[in-house]
Design a binder for this molecule. Structure first.
Ligand SMILES: Cc1ncc(COP(=O)(O)O)c(C=O)c1O
Length: 394
């Protein structure tokens, strides 16, 4: 036994970097410091009203027991119908497992698929959770940096070079947190072409699906390459599209064999997720969708304003994101200005101390030299934040 009381697996992974920023924001606010947080990864809107009402009705009707581990049959039918409408691919209820958020669905998948010796390709910049979950399983994340010049999209050639005997899976996120990059039809076709001769699974995180801008049309690899069917695993949920982060409902769509494996793992940790939250998620999927479009339109408007504001600040460079609700800002030019601007971590600290604006350093996404700013904040907050960032960097 070693001196540490903790399991060795804990030393292989680190805590969520965004969680560390949230903790610092909470500490400062508790000390009475007024600050604007552009570090959040959740919509600042309320869920559609009928969602909460459905949840209340479920409680009143006594829906307070365990449900099927994989999720209530009615919710899985609603998920299948939603996915068929959006992706043109039909999954049976035995291909769906409902979990406590997309993050939990990814965790079950990692536990079910990744072993010591496996490699999992993660294009960068990426949400840190992918690589940490891979490491937790004793597998190795193969981190593939994507270039800003390529719109932060994984290039077929880079994928071809990274795929090998030990590759168990590729994890794609589209639209992507933190870059907002999203794959169009031709881009997915090119990746599918490379993937076809290999056996690797493709896990696609589509949690930001539907939140795309400037007329960009969301595409799914499942629609573009249905022949890869059993190897494609979709992860999705209600957190972003319906502003339901606190309800904790997400899911995966996969082959029945993978779904069963994930269900078995979930049966030994959470059993089913909260029953009334499942009813709320069903109401979100089956109810009117106008609130989703209204939220998307607000994000599109704010995105335009934030891009204008950031571009006007000397030393910052930013590309228009195709989707999600983040601006991923290149701050490498600022590094020449002195120690306070040494790297993205120093610049994020400087903005917190001097501008009282919280942002997430790109290092949290394995992309030093960048900052992630969320535009899931009110117009007034965004205006003030832009002004204060401009002053702090002047
Ligand atoms: C890319 C990505 N996937 C998944 C999630 C988690 O979603 P959920 O709330 O459904 O667990 C997030 C949350 O920030 C995310 O950014």
């Amino acid at each position: 036994m070693t001196d540490s009381p903790f399991a060795a697996r804990l030393s292989r992974m680190s805590e969520s970097a965004t969680a560390a920023v949230f903790r610092r924001v909470a500490e400062l606010r508790a000390q009475g410091v007024e600050l604007i947080s552009l570090s959040v990864g959740e919509p600042d809107f309320d869920p559609p009203a009928h969602v909460g009402e459905a949840m209340k009705r479920a409680i009143d009707a006594g829906l307070t027991r365990y449900t099927e581990v994989a999720g209530m049959a009615a919710l899985r039918r609603a998920i299948a119908a939603d996915s068929l409408a959006r992706r043109g691919f039909e999954h049976g209820p035995d291909s769906i497992v409902v979990s406590a958020g997309a993050k939990h669905a990814l965790f079950n998948l990692a536990q079910a698929l990744f072993d010591h010796g496996d490699e999992v390709i993660v294009p960068l910049p990426a949400w840190g959770t992918y690589a940490e979950q891979v490491r937790l399983c004793g597998a190795t994340p193969k981190l593939l940096p994507c270039r800003a010049e390529d719109g932060f999209l994984l290039q077929p050639q880079a994928l071809a070079e990274a795929l090998g005997e030990r590759t168990k899976a590729l994890i794609l996120c589209s639209p992507c947190n933190p870059t907002g990059a999203a794959y169009g039809r031709a881009e997915l076709e090119a990746l599918a072409q490379v993937l076809r001769p290999h056996r690797a699974f493709v896990i696609i995180d589509e949690i930001y699906a539907g939140l795309t801008y400037d007329g960009f049309e969301q595409q799914s690899l499942l629609t573009v390459a249905p022949d890869l069917g059993d190897r494609i695993i979709i992860v999705d949920g209600v957190s972003k599209r319906y502003a339901m982060t606190g309800y904790r409902v997400g899911w995966l769509l996969a082959s029945p064999a993978i779904a069963r494996a994930c269900e078995a793992i979930q049966s030994q940790c959470t059993t089913s997720i909260t029953a009334p939250a499942q009813v709320a998620a069903q109401a979100a999927l089956e109810g009117p969708q106008d609130a989703v479009e209204a939220m998307r339109a607000q994000f599109e408007r704010r995105r335009k304003r934030v891009l204008e504001g950031l571009t006007a600040i000397a030393g910052l460079r930013v590309q228009p994101p195709r989707g999600a609700f983040y601006a991923f800002v290149d701050v490498r030019e600022l590094a020449a200005r002195g120690p306070a601007f040494g790297d993205d971590l120093a610049i994020a600290r400087h903005l917190l101390d001097k501008a009282r604006v919280a942002v997430v350093p790109g290092s949290a996404f394995d992309a030093p030299g960048y900052l992630r700013l969320s535009f899931a904040a009110s117009d007034a907050e965004l205006e003030q934040a832009l002004e204060r960032i401009g002053d702090a960097l002047a």
